[in-house]
Design a protein around this ligand. Structure first.
Ligand code: ADP
Ligand code: MG
Ligand code: MG
Length: 926
């Protein structure tokens, strides 16, 4: 052990003494290091502790796959590291030393030794893979002495120096922070490398000679000295701990935080660190490195998919430094290795029973596997792989259902380019189809521009030579991503697949010039801001804007395409029928018009859970009558206006009842504050006064009288119907008249109407409105001599309603949780006014996710649970549903299932997602 190492270890031991107690309280195990190789401590089930990468390395080692030996420092150490001022448990350095010794003896190499030096990689690895978000360092253990040793033992000094320059580059970047200082600046190491390549007029890094590489090493070292005022460390243990700390620290870098936000990964999980003996894909022309998928992750087809580079190291393939070859070509270049790889492909799929994304390296013709994980895939691929693997008996129906992220169903339903418009559009280039779908937008050359343009309301396609993890935010904001470099496992492709973004990568004829801000494809030159269209299913790039059209599934559902003509539809139908078999939660829709209702029924909606009647008043001449009603000076005037509104409202209800063909329909009475219907500018106000034959001043006075400081908490909801009972009366009459009409005659439909009173907080409020509804119902039924099946209930959307649900349940036949308002009122936070602070909240990880998008289960959810419990105390059979935005969110749906609701009601396009999510909730909570 060198002097520096001893110093490091001692320093750690000292800081530990004061903190061990705290860790002991948390009952953290004393074992922090888990080996894999000849002796393997871990397995695939230990992802929480070992991270996904570490757990699977252990698993692969124990089923006999060729994995270079190494060990994993557990995620508990990451927790310790952050809890204790970035220090380590006292016993760690000893365990690490022991684990290094084990590798040394397995391979007959020595770490820091000159004659046969052991080099290692130091790799991050969280519980869920976060590709490219955290850091990895390769070739660690090289210094000015060991590099000579490596050159001698390999008989290949070019190779040794290539490893050394790669190591300094990575270490300098990741550990010592020598990086580009702005988005426009090139990576400094990369820049030096490019400069040298230009000077020597060589194409790729593999053309550099030993002497060139030695010079490069010198230049790299002086760059580090210039930037950091310290030297690149020669002590291998100092290197090891520096790299380990850098990997732990990368858990909290900006892009990792953003990524966790996107995928709701808790900050507490932490990353593990994997330290593994290096194998070398850059050891000559019978060496290679690559990434492969057991199936196509873009469209799900069962084909071997992936790419590799001869004489290169891992990062090269992903970073898009050289454009890699498609995996099929390996069969010609290194036939035996290709056959070995095919065997591994099969073994991995059979063992892990899911599509695998794995990394391999071939060193002198010998194959090594460096990583495997369940491959990230597009929504379309997720569905196809699950369905086909179930048919191949690799998984059960239940597992297949759980394997499909519910949101993925959406990618079978998103619009495609309109076939006619597509034929007419000029093709300007082609790349690799990496994320299926159609995207049209203005060209943005930087992530920052993409974000800024989107905030202005423009749609953009992010066009870059290649993307890096720092572009994540810009990618999120784009309709699609186009890169000129990099293959199907490049960063751009990977992220696009995961985000469900349309993506084309490696479009090598496309030249992007960041300085001039142009994109050139053949003779066509496009500028930033010009329209471009990309088809991520075919890889074709088009100039200009292209109209979109309905997806195949939608065309089949609406009768425009035969079912047997579309494999996508077959996949959709298969998954939906499985889902319906397994779910207990009903799925309804929020729809205000017959067209919306019909669309939802085609998607499988089993009823309407929320019809917002106010939306019916904004149309054409109705708005004027509505305004007349609002401006009325007394009840007589108001009743006369309402009388004119009634036929419109009745017609709407007839349409809805017909569209729903006997399924339950929940109609909510008028909810918003009245001044929402009144005009804001004086010209329109004057016109209104003329139209209604009242003085302009009268209009102004009424508007003033209706003004509220905080309309969200003012005269709205049932309060309106209580002060203007004639409104409730009109709405109830329109509804029952419509029901009476539809339930008679030749095409009679059996009506199931559910009338919903909004914003109730007191039992007496509901009782007041109920009396009107029942009276009108009785009158209409008597008049038309029909019996109409109806329920009256309320929304639970203020905390008081939830708290007093036992009282309110005496009056209500059903509760529907209006979780938008319930979230607003519980958090004391208006959804429309989050903008000012939400970004900060996100970066500080205060909200795990947007509480308006996914139900705040620990807060708002408690109120829902309380209301369910108290409601059922009073009325065991009370019907329970949810109609807030959350009803379309899979995590919230899981909550609704667990809480025992009867149905969720979401917007029509989310109905298929909700069906799948409901089935998953049942399977998960069985
Ligand atoms: P990420 O999690 O970002 O994929 P990895 O830890 O997998 O990062 O490492 C990045 C690349 O380095 C991989 O492509 C892998 O092939 C390569 N690599 C990692 N460890 C080794 C090793 N021991 N020998 C050779 N290559 C390695
Ligand atoms: Mg990897
Ligand atoms: Mg509401």
């Amino acid at each position: 052990m060198s002097k520096t190492t001893k110093a490091v270890v001692k320093k750690q031991a000292k800081t530990k003494a004061s903190t061990t107690k705290r860790t002991a309280n948390k009952s953290v195990s004393t074992n922090f290091v888990y080996a894999f190789g000849k002796k393997t401590d871990g397995n695939a089930t230990m992802r929480d502790l070992l991270g996904g990468k570490g757990a699977n390395l252990a698993e692969m080692a124990s089923i006999g796959l060729p994995v270079p030996p190494g060990f994993t420092i557990s995620t508990e150490v990451c927790g310790y590291y952050y809890d204790n001022g970035k220090t380590y448990p006292a016993s760690l350095s000893k365990s690490v030393l022991k684990a290094i010794k084990q590798i040394e003896s397995q391979l007959g190499k020595s770490f820091g030794g000159r004659s046969n030096p052991l080099l290692v990689s130091v790799r991050s690895g969280a519980r869920d893979s976060m590709p490219g978000m955290m850091d990895t360092i390769l070739n660690l253990g090289l210094n000015d002495v060991t590099v000579e040793g490596l050159a001698e033992i390999s008989g290949n000094s070019r190779f040794a120096w290539d490893c050394y320059r790669r190591f300094i580059q990575m270490y300098g970047d990741v550990v010592m922070g020598v990086q580009a200082r702005s988005e426009e600046e090139e990576e400094p190491f990369h820049e030096i490398l490019e400069k040298m390549k230009r000077k020597l007029k060589v194409e790729t890094d593999s053309d550099l000679s030993t002497e060139n590489l030695k010079a490069l090493v010198d230049q790299y070292k002086s760059l580090i000295r210039k930037r950091t005022r310290s030297a690149f460390p020669q002590d291998v243990f100092e290197q090891l701990w520096g790299a380990t700390s850098a990997v732990f620290s990368s858990w909290r870098n900006e892009r990792a935080i953003l990524y966790r936000q996107q995928y709701a990964i808790p900050a507490e999980w932490g990353t593990a660190v994997n330290i593994q003996a290096m194998v070398f894909g850059n050891a000559g022309d019978d060496s290679a490195t690559g990434v492969a998928f057991t199936r196509d992750p873009a469209n799900g087809e069962k084909v071997f998919y992936g790419e590799y580079l001869i004489n290169a190291q891992g990062e090269d393939v992903v970073a898009g430094v050289r454009t890699p070859n498609a995996i099929a070509k390996l069969a010609d270049e290194l036939p035996q290795s290709y056959r070995d790889l095919e065997k591994v492909r099969n073994k991995l799929e059979k063992h892990f029973k899911d599509m695998q994304d794995f990394e391999f390296t071939i060193e002198g013709g010998r194959l090594f596997i460096l990583q495997t994980r369940n491959g990230k895939r597009t929504g379309l691929a997720a569905v196809r792989i699950a369905v086909e693997m179930q048919r191949e008996r690799l998984m059960s129906q239940e597992t297949a259902l759980l394997k499909i992220p519910a949101e993925s169903i959406d990618s079978l339903l998103v619009p495609v380019f309109d076939p006619k418009a597509l034929k007419a559009a000029p093709i300007i280039g082609k790349g690799l189809p990496a994320g299926p779908g159609a995207a049209t937008g203005r060209i943005a050359f930087t992530a920052a521009t993409a974000e800024a343009e989107t905030r202005k309301g423009n749609k953009v396609v992010l066009c870059r030579n290649e993307t890096s993890p720092d572009d994540l935010k810009g990618m999120l904001h784009s309709q699609g991503i186009l890169t000129s470099r990099g293959g199907v496992s490049s960063h751009a492709a990977l992220v696009a697949r995961q985000l469900g973004k349309v993506c084309i990568c490696g479009a090598s004829e496309v030249v992007i010039n960041y300085d001039k801000k142009t994109l050139t494809a053949g003779k066509v030159v496009l500028k930033e801001g010009d329209y471009i269209s990309i088809d991520g299913s075919t890889g074709l790039i088009y100039k200009g804007m292209i109209e979109s059209a309905d997806s195949e599934v939608k065309r089949v559902l609406e009768g425009g395409l035969k079912a047997n003509k579309s494999y996508t539809y077959e996949l959709f139908q298969t998954v939906m029928s499985w889902a319906d078999k397994h779910r207990t939660l009903n799925v309804r829709t929020n729809a205000d018009t017959p067209a919306m209702a019909k669309q939802a029924v085609a998607f499988g909606a089993e009823g309407i859970g929320l019809c917002r009647t106010e939306h019916m008043f904004f149309d054409g001449e109705r708005i004027d009558i509505m305004r007349q009603m609002i401006l009325a000076a007394d009840e007589v005037q108001r009743r006369s206006a309402l009388k004119k509104l009634l036929p419109f409202q009745k017609k709407d209800f007839v349409g809805l009842f017909k569209a729903m063909e006997g399924r339950p329909v929940t109609i909510r009475l008028l909810d918003p504050p009245l001044h929402e219907f009144l005009p804001h500018d004086d010209v329109v106000r004057r016109q209104l006064a003329e139209k209604l034959g009242v003085p302009f001043d009268f209009v102004i006075d009424r508007i003033k009288a209706l003004h509220e400081e905080n309309p969200m908490l003012g005269c709205r909801g049932c309060r309106l119907g209580i002060i203007y009972p004639e409104i409730t009366e009109m709405q109830a009459r329109a509804l029952f008249e419509a029901a009476a009409q539809v339930s008679k005659g030749k095409k009679a439909i059996k009506i199931k109407a559910e009338i919903m009173i909004p914003l109730v907080g007191f039992r007496a409020e509901l009782a007041d409105q109920l009396a009107i509804v029942h009276r009108v119902a009785a009158e209409v039924m008597k008049k038309h001599k029909v019996k109409i099946d109806y329920l009256v209930g309320t929304m639970i959307e203020v905390p008081r309603a939830a708290i007093t649900a036992d009282e309110i349940a005496h009056e209500a036949d059903f509760f529907s949780f209006g979780t938008n308002d319930l979230t607003q009122t519980t958090l004391g936070l208006s959804r429309d006014d989050m903008g000012l602070f939400y970004d900060q909240y996100q970066s500080k990880e205060i909200y795990n996710q947007n509480p308006f998008a996914s139900l705040d289960q620990t807060g708002v959810g408690k109120l829902v649970e309380l209301a369910v419990e108290r409601g059922r105390q009073t009325k065991p059979n009370i019907k329970l549903g949810i109609c807030g935005e959350h009803a379309g969110d899979p995590m919230s749906i899981d909550f609704c299932h667990r809480t025992g609701l009867n149905y969720v009601s979401c917007s029509p396009p989310r109905v298929p997602i909700a069906r799948l999510a409901a089935a998953q909730a049942r399977l998960r909570n069985k």
